[in-house]
Design a binder for this molecule. Structure first.
Ligand code: GLP
Length: 241
């Protein structure tokens, strides 16, 4: 595991974008695993700028997103499809047919999760998976649990996640209670993983993730077992090391 210290959020965004840009430059037809949340926003902005300047070409890149709220349509402004489209895809030269997000409107969760897992397999697996970190240690929507989930599945969101994500909705009651997410096993199969963490409010959980026991109660702690993880965190997030 490589830990890169960034001075602040802007520095973190540049450093994380450097890792993704290297991946795309070295393998133009790579499969990028992408994430939502506020942390990767700066990274996406950097990638957009580099693409606009002509320094990065996404025309052969394929993408798979980590997760999606169950029940939200693509045009719902809180869906992760909408987020990805507005914060990244529409600004870069990626072919929208090469972008994949779980379909939150598919009511048969087993069918949708199996389909999504097959999509990832059919692309040949993920070259680089970008991850944010939830306050309870979740990655994607893999919440603290008794076991690590092997594949894409439907989850009940915890109260702490609903609380954290309600800022984007009119009220906590509007936050969907379920989501489709890649499993921990799906994430761990990625060749490389890039974890981005910002802010003092993540300092305690980041310390547990990197140096605490490996346990499904802190889902991201499993990353200690992955052979190629880069963590980019700012000073505030590293303040409890
Ligand atoms: C959501 C997403 C996660 C993300 C997390 C942290 O719950 N499903 O993939 O990592 O939020 O988000 P933020 O970066 O806004 O703290």
């Amino acid at each position: 595991m490589r830990i890169i210290k960034a001075t602040d959020y802007n520095d973190l965004s540049r450093k994380a974008a450097n890792v993704i840009a290297s991946q795309v430059t070295m393998k133009p037809d790579c499969v990028l695993g992408l994430a939502t949340g506020s942390t990767p926003l700066g990274t996406y902005k950097e990638l957009i700028e580099r693409c606009e300047k002509g320094d990065l070409d996404f025309s052969s890149v394929k993408s798979v997103n980590l997760d999606e709220y169950r029940g939200l349509t693509r045009d719902n402004d809180q869906s992760y499809y909408y987020f990805m489209h507005n914060n990244l895809f529409k600004h870069i030269n990626i072919n929208s047919e090469n972008t994949n997000v779980p379909d939150g409107t598919q009511p048969d969760s087993d069918m949708e999760c199996a389909r999504y897992e097959k999509v990832i397999e059919s692309l040949g697996g993920i070259d680089l998976q970008l991850l944010g970190l939830g306050h309870n240690g979740h990655i994607g929507f893999n919440e603290p649990d008794q076991a690590f989930a092997p594949v894409t599945h439907c989850v009940d969101l915890t109260e702490s996640t609903i609380e954290a994500n309600k800022r984007f909705f009119a009220s906590a009651d509007d936050v969907p209670r379920q989501a489709y997410t890649m499993g921990i096993g799906t994430i761990m199969k990625a060749s490389k993983i890039l974890l981005v963490v910002s802010g003092a409010d993540k300092a305690q959980i980041l310390r547990e993730v990197l140096f605490g026991p490996i346990t499904p109660q802190v889902p991201a702690s499993v990353l200690q077992l992955h052979k190629d993880v880069i963590v980019v965190a700012d000073e505030a997030a590293m303040s409890k090391f």
